[in-house]
Design a protein around this ligand. Sequence first.
Ligand code: AGP
Length: 616
Amino acid sequence: MCGIVGFTGRDQAKDILVEGLRRMEYRGYDSAGVALEAAGADGAARLDVIRRVGKVSGLASELEGYAGQATCGIGHTRWATHGRPSTANAHPHTSCDGRIAVVHNGIVENFAELREELQGRGHVFKSDTDTEVLAHLVEEAYAERGELMAAVRDAVSQVVGAYGLAVVCADEPGVVAVARKDSPIVIGVGEKGSYVASDVIALIDATRDVVVLEDDQFARLSPGGVEYTDAEGRPIEPAVTHVDWDLDMAEKGGYPDFMLKEIHEQPRVVRDTLVGRMTATGELDIDELGLSLEELNDIDRVYVIACGTSYHAGLIAKNLIEGWARIPCEVEAASEFRYRDAIITPSTLVVAVSQSGETADTLAAIRDARIKGAKVFGITNVVGSPVARESDGVIYTKANKEIAVASTKSFIGQVVSLTLLALLLAQVKYRLTTKQARMLFRELGDSAAQIQEILDGCGPAVREAAAACKDARSALFVGRGMGAAIACEGALKLKEVSYLHAEAYAAGEMKHGPIALIEPGFPVIAVATKSPTYDKTVSNLMECRARGAVVVAVATEGDDEIKKIADHVIYIPRIRDCFSPITASVPLQLLAREVALMRGCDVDQPRNLAKSVTVE
Ligand code: AGP
């Protein structure tokens, strides 16, 4: 998630902006910049834009030499989603004449069309970002309207997507124009002037009385205060919220820990990962595909290689790639793949899945595969990461920075991205029609709302199930088909944050050994959503229950039968089985977190673990 700050008032803006950006560093970023409104030698206002790749401290050093007297400005920390980390892609972005500057948080879904239209009208673009179209749209509207707030309103009315936006204009000194849709914006007035930010943590030193701007609301900040308007420009009086969070709570957006915050970001991750990924005619649009459709059509074997949670995303991809595209797909731990002499030909596609994009084993496996002639495709959350750079093509999971060591939102982003890849392979292999792909793509997008429904409603059932598991010495996670892959991820989540031993088994394997573990009180956590193998799973659970197991089931809403077998049921909305990992994983993430809290564990920084394993 990018960070936005803005200030206009009676004090020097640059230090206020830098401190605000510093407060948001925890969100993760790869570049930073400011636009400062200063008076030129002739007294006319100008915008000084200073941007750089790297840390805010580097930007601050560069600003130490800044001699301008600027009491108005905007600043930004960028987590790259479109366009690699570079100075040219860093915000603020400016209009052709440099008189308008914008900072933006969100995604302009229709930026390609807008960019083409703007270029057709003579606008010259200086970056690869989606955001830059906003600077040129405001420039055009300002030329017509002559007033910044009205120009911003006109500009965003052409945008499809999400934006938290702050704009300054050298021809309207002292004004910061702000717009919001689907990306957070908070505004406050302090002793020194008026402030805007994408995160309350950047404001709370100046004021704890803030306005949380709502969708399609606008604000015009000036040194004397703030005017709020609606999409039609009519004055509004938004509510003021008093924030009593300390800095730690503010960093977590009011959640008690990053893990819960990131679990709750998953609906947005689904939507952001899908943004712009299908054309109006139903073709998948993977902007950094890197491989031709002919090369993809030539693929006759897929290896998905990854570690940990990313490996579990691969297990899900296997079912999709083989089911839809009918291409043999193997999933392997990167640490194993890299040391065996896998069968690789130029028609082999190696898909490397890595949140960090820097896991040593995964990188080594990619390099080995390339030497052997494979095509390599990366699924990663970090733009410009080694996995992204060393792959022929890449899909970014758009999860923004994931701070908790336990992967949650990035896992969902991986599953969605791998689903897109499977759909693409199936289309290329003529195994799915455009109509079928479009239907599946739409249902995939619907999972975002279903995750939200689960987050809103499953708390009590999760806490009840957690209480039943917390004192166990071990737990078994079982499922079939997609449920088996989900069970693997559920087991990893539980053990890595609660230190309670857990392992996952295909439910059909229980009779081949694991059922020997079952004794009264032993927790068996089942993915028992409606699927072609549901009845078989229920039979397995009956065998466990008959031996005294405590059965926790993730089940499909409306399924009453499961209540006869399970001691605790966590219901989720009905969904096509192939998409069930996206929704059924969420209760298991919450269950793991709840058990960990009950066991007094640090859910964000579990013992012995690192967020990325850059050594073997
Ligand atoms: C999962 O919760 C862990 N954080 C860990 O298993 C992780 O998935 C694994 O280390 C792979 O990391 P990567 O996705 O950054 O390559």
